[in-house]
Design a protein around this ligand. Structure first.
Ligand SMILES: Nc1nc2c(ncn2[C@@H]2O[C@H](COP(=O)(O)OP(=O)(O)O)[C@@H](O)[C@H]2O)c(=O)[nH]1
Ligand SMILES: [Mg+2]
Length: 341
């Protein structure tokens, strides 16, 4: 794949498709996301051209999206809560656009996602400013989060927020945190087990805690006090001195009920007030290295270590594909030049 291809002008058909995706037409959006998600080698030049096209027309695209991860045990109410949250946010600003990526535990037998359709139902079908996609977790070469990352590469130029829903157990969540600007841990009331999770290092410290299913205020209050005292004990996060239920949000603790629409406004306002995202370069670097590791193992990582520098990793004029190509070339050239002594 010569760089004359990766930087060639974009085919007019794809220019048109990009314009339609910007207008949030679902079919071209789906096509574009698949193009990035599937990562077919024969489409690498096209993906690169799309990135260069976007970079050449910054005025046409939104500023890159904030990427927010929602993680937690199955049944905690992540999907229900996200649907409510999206409704709230879209109602606050009629220009706002949101993409939701839901990573489904998928059935080995069918190879398909089992929650996708059920989750999709939460959102209704008529909201044009919301794009929903579920990603099956067992189809992926190199871990589900690679597909999520590659989908975000294009979605971040088209939306203001990307929400990623994952089940909070295992390596995927740690990987997800390498691409999210903020992580929210969604819990059920009165269960202290998530603190244990974090202590074991299964996930890194989330930026905020949400106790969902707080349908009654009494339950919200007791959940708040319980979570706060566990957090205090675990000394994982800095908390304010006062233990004040009304000010829970100041400690990044949110008490919500998706079914009774409680606490959604406070959480929504918190999300709207978050600082602009800054993690993307970190995410690119993490996934570039992950690709090299998957292809060439620790040996490959060792070989590219001298290239793991801002000069290569942060060059905005290079597309992701071009960066990956340079790293892979470095590995291959080293192997070709190696002498047996
Ligand atoms: N009582 C109550 N039930 C809820 C709430 N949010 C979600 N649920 C229910 O909890 C179950 C799991 O919700 P879901 O959103 O699919 O959880 P997820 O697996 O974390 O995505 C569903 O039956 C929801 O209706 C809530 O705030 N209160
Ligand atoms: Mg769900």
């Amino acid at each position: 794949m010569p760089e004359s291809d990766t930087n060639a002008p974009l085919d007019p058909q794809w220019v048109e498709r990009l314009a339609q995706a910007r207008a949030l037409k679902k079919w071209p959006l789906g096509k574009l996301v698949s193009l990035f998600e599937n990562r077919l080698p024969e489409n690498a030049a096209l993906r690169s051209q799309i990135q260069h096209h976007i970079a050449r027309h910054p005025g046409d695209y939104a500023k890159p999206a904030a990427i927010l991860g929602f993680t937690g045990t199955p049944g905690a109410g992540k999907s229900s809560l996200l649907a409510e949250l999206c409704r709230y946010l879209l109602a606050q600003d009629d220009q706002l656009k949101i993409a939701v990526l839901a990573i489904d535990p998928s059935s080995q037998a069918s190879g398909g996602s089992i929650l996708g359709d059920r989750t999709r139902m939460h959102y209704g079908r008529r909201e044009p400013r919301l794009f929903f996609r579920s990603q099956a977790s067992n189809l992926e070469l190199g871990g589900v989060t690679e597909a999520t990352f590659h989908a975000c590469r294009i979605l971040r130029h088209l939306f203001d927020y990307i929400f990623i829903e994952t089940v909070g157990i295992g390596q995927n969540e740690i990987d997800i945190q390498n691409m999210t600007d903020y992580t929210f841990l969604v819990m059920q009331p009165l269960g202290g087990d998530q603190i244990q999770f974090m202590k074991c290092g299964i996930m890194e410290i989330p930026d905020a805690f949400i106790v969902n299913k707080c349908d009654e205020e009494k339950l919200a209050r007791s959940s708040y006090h319980m979570l706060r005292s566990s957090l205090k004990q675990a000394r994982l996060v800095a908390l304010r001195a006062e233990d004040d239920f009304q000010q829970a949000a100041r400690d990044n603790i949110f008490l919500t009920s998706a079914t009774r629409h409680k606490g959604i406004d406070i959480l929504g306002q918190h999300i709207l007030s978050l600082q602009p995202p800054q993690r993307w370069q970190h995410a690119e670097r993490f996934y570039l290295k992950k690709t090299i590791q998957r292809r060439y193992g620790e040996f490959g990582l060792h070989l590219i270590a001298p290239m793991d520098t801002p000069e290569l990793m942060q060059q905005p004029q290079l597309s992701y594909e071009e960066k990956e190509l340079r790293l892979r070339q470095a590995v291959v050239e080293h192997v070709k030049g190696a002498q047996i002594t």
